[in-house]
Write a protein that binds this ligand. Structure first.
Ligand code: SF4
Length: 94
């Protein structure tokens, strides 16, 4: 299970029960600076709740780790684009 999931309030945790990373080494999602994120992202790529996870991380300004298949830098870029109105909120049901 993603280590940071423990910080997610109970009522928001339902999507985590379907996370592809359940049982995967959490360290995979927190690579050292400059280390590959490929393996973590491949776990996320097949995750049914990827968009829920990403939206959670964006909403909560998660600064570290791979969430929803995106790195910190990628999430920052996405937040910036949202702030500029270039893209809307991520819709998990889309
Ligand atoms: S998107 Fe990745 S980090 Fe998020 S729940 Fe799925 S597998 Fe875990």
């Amino acid at each position: 299970m993603h280590e940071l999931f423990r910080r997610v309030p109970e009522e928001e945790r339902r999507w985590q029960e379907r996370a592809n990373c359940l049982g995967v080494d959490p360290e995979l999602f927190f690579p050292e600076r400059g280390a590959s994120t490929r393996e973590a992202k491949s776990v996320c790529a097949g995750c049914a709740v990827r968009l829920d996870c990403l939206e959670y991380a964006l909403r909560n300004h998660e600064k570290f780790g791979i969430w929803g298949g995106l790195s910190e830098r990628e999430r920052r870029r996405l937040r910036r684009r949202r702030a500029l109105g270039e893209i809307g909120a991520i819709n998990a049901s889309a």
